[in-house]
Write a protein that binds this ligand. Structure first.
Ligand SMILES: NC(=O)C1=CN([C@@H]2O[C@H](COP(=O)(O)OP(=O)(O)OC[C@H]3O[C@@H](n4cnc5c(N)ncnc54)[C@H](OP(=O)(O)O)[C@@H]3O)[C@@H](O)[C@H]2O)C=CC1
Ligand SMILES: O=C(CO)COP(=O)(O)O
Length: 335
């Protein structure tokens, strides 16, 4: 059955997911503040700022008018940087006149509050208008999805039926959606992997090869799992697409914005220089701060996250950081 979906944020991920939904014959409206992008989508069927060569489905419409965008929406798909999500939701809340399902495709944890996006949505959207929340997450770079290259992700929801519905809405012959009954786990895995991806980029920028990359992915996953389980996630979730799967793709792909920013830092840039040279959001920076704060507050051992924090925020030399990690007290691998 045709669904009516409004995608909030016409960046690379919002545009790629909008195309998946159009391919599946849904009615899709892209909302963005940027009038040039909206015009490009409506008049040229392109979003040249993010995908110069790609022709988008002609059924895809775009608008800068949020009220218009929400009028018919049954589903709202969030794909804006997490630092603006709270404000965007406050505005959405003032415009809603009917119940919606909110699907979130953005990845991050809020510094200070340590809230996941599902928690922010529940705080900001009037419960009378929120039918369900669904997280859609997994190893999926927009640059490949826009080419309709094979991709698998997972979803988790506050209402199981809605996870089934979102699975059906998105799944086709190149995009396959699983589901898992662990909202906390998928949100934690999808967010903290970006911090580990910053570290992977730093290692590559320093000239290191595959051995430390494999070590980082493996030990990074141990840290993510430790924190996740402490805040109520199921351990098993971290072996899945939203955990290990996303960690692998983000730590090994040159498409990764977090990896790219880390690479620049490993190559000698400071955090500001690295971020200034990026045109897309690097979620791992804010989430590094949030994860560091959570680890301190909950007394959870996360040496890689702490090291990334020291390198990016306190200018610890990356080579010295690696020395410190490699000379930690010897211990069993599992304890
Ligand atoms: N790119 C990817 O492959 C993937 C990204 N994600 C996640 O999706 C989220 C978005 O990432 P991505 O698409 O890469 O980011 P981009 O930087 O490509 O795009 C973000 C978009 O949101 C727009 N935007 C910013 N603020 C607002 C606002 N207040 N209201 C409406 N639109 C706004 C931006 O406009 P402007 O630039 O003009 O401010 C931009 O068009 C992130 O959390 C990321 O981690 C998840 C999986 C894959
Ligand atoms: O989450 C992503 C892939 O699954 C995107 O990661 P980056 O933001 O690092 O590109």
């Amino acid at each position: 059955m045709v669904k009516n979906i409004t995608v909030v944020g016409a960046g690379s991920w919002g545009t790629a997911l909008a195309q998946v939904l159009c391919d599946n014959k849904n009615q899709v409206m892209l909302y963005d503040l940027n009038a040039d992008i909206v015009k490009d989508v409506n008049e040229n069927h392109r979003n040249a700022r993010f995908f110069e060569e790609v022709e988008l489905p002609s059924s895809l419409r775009a608008t800068t008018d949020l009220k218009e965008a929400l009028k018919e929406a049954e589903f709202i798909l969030l794909s804006v940087p997490t630092k603006v999500i709270r404000d965007v939701l406050k505005t959405i809340n003032t415009q809603l006149t009917h119940k919606v399902v909110i699907i979130n495709a953005s990845k991050g944890i809020e510094p200070g509050t340590h809230k996941r996006v599902s928690e922010i949505v529940m705080e900001e959207i009037n419960a009378d208008y929120l039918e369900a929340f669904v997280a859609l997450t997994g190893p999926s770079h927009a640059e490949e999805v826009i080419q309709r290259s094979l991709t698998t992700v997972t979803c988790a929801a506050t209402v199981v039926d809605r996870a089934n519905e979102v699975q059906k809405m998105f799944t086709n012959d190149y995009f396959r959606v699983y589901r898992v009954d662990d909202l906390i786990g998928v949100e934690i895995g999808g967010s903290i992997k970006n911090v580990i991806a910053l570290a992977a980029g730093i290692l590559a920028g320093l000239g290191y090869g595959d051995n430390p990359k494999a070590a980082l992915i493996t030990r990074g996953l141990v840290e993510i799992k430790r924190l996740g389980v402490a805040v109520g996630a199921n351990e098993e979730t971290f072996s899945g697409l939203s955990g290990l799967g996303d960690l692998i793709v983000t730590c090994t792909s040159v498409h990764s914005r977090n990896w790219q920013a880390g690479y620049k830092i490993g190559n000698g840039s400071n955090l500001q220089e690295a971020l200034d040279s990026m045109t897309m959001v690097v979620e791992g920076v804010r989430t590094c701060q949030a994860t560091y704060e959570m680890a301190q507050a909950l007394n959870i051992e996360m040496p890689i996250v702490e090291t990334v924090y020291e390198v990016i925020f306190n200018k610890l030399d990356p080579r010295e950081a690696i020395n410190q990690l490699m000379s930690r007290e010897m211990k069993p691998e599992f304890y």
